[in-house]
Design a protein around this ligand. Structure first.
Ligand code: FEO
Length: 173
């Protein structure tokens, strides 16, 4: 059985993951509007990853007999006029999520809630990967420069991204 503190904190994390999904959807819309459909695809794939992160927590609460409580999701908050700025904003956001996951892990440890600890450690690993992905893209931008040719190549490359997770969440209901 989960403590109310843990349930509340997991519900907050669900909201943050849903916000992440919304943020990536907003970034995808901007990239598509600017003519970078490959980068828009990368962002929309990330949207699905974030929905999976939220749904994994949602399903965990239900598996423990707790009810997910959904709060309002803020409008995506980012301003970027270049592709590099979009990915800098992405990295900043992922660093915020990493800190949020760390906070949840610390709470699970303080509560001696080892089941939640196990679950949250999956997110710890996931955040390492998410930050690494964005750092790689930023490094590629720095190597190629922000000229049109470089950004065109980046657009083609990022457009190849495929989802690695199940997109059908009905089995989690
Ligand atoms: Fe679910 Fe990108 O953090």
């Amino acid at each position: 059985m989960l403590s109310q503190k843990i349930v509340d904190r997991i519900n907050l994390q669900i909201n943050r993951e849903m916000y992440s999904a919304y943020l990536y959807m907003g970034m995808s819309a901007k990239m598509a509007n600017d003519g970078y459909r490959g980068i828009a695809t990368w962002m929309m794939t990330q949207y699905h990853e974030e929905m999976f992160h939220a749904m994994k927590l949602y399903a965990y609460l239900q598996s423990q007999g707790a009810q997910p409580v959904l709060a309002a999701i803020d409008a995506p908050d980012f301003s970027a006029s270049t592709i590099k700025e979009v990915f800098v904003a992405t990295l900043k956001h992922e660093q915020f999520v990493t800190a949020s996951i760390r906070e949840l892990l610390e709470l699970a440890l303080a509560e001696k809630d080892y089941a939640t600890e196990n679950l949250v450690r999956w997110y710890v690993d996931e955040q390492v990967e998410e930050e690494q992905n964005v750092l790689d893209i930023l490094q590629t931008i720095d190597v190629m420069g922000e000229g049109k040719q470089g950004m065109f190549m980046l657009n083609v490359e990022l457009g190849k991204r495929k989802p690695t997770i199940a997109l059908d969440f009905t089995s989690m209901a």
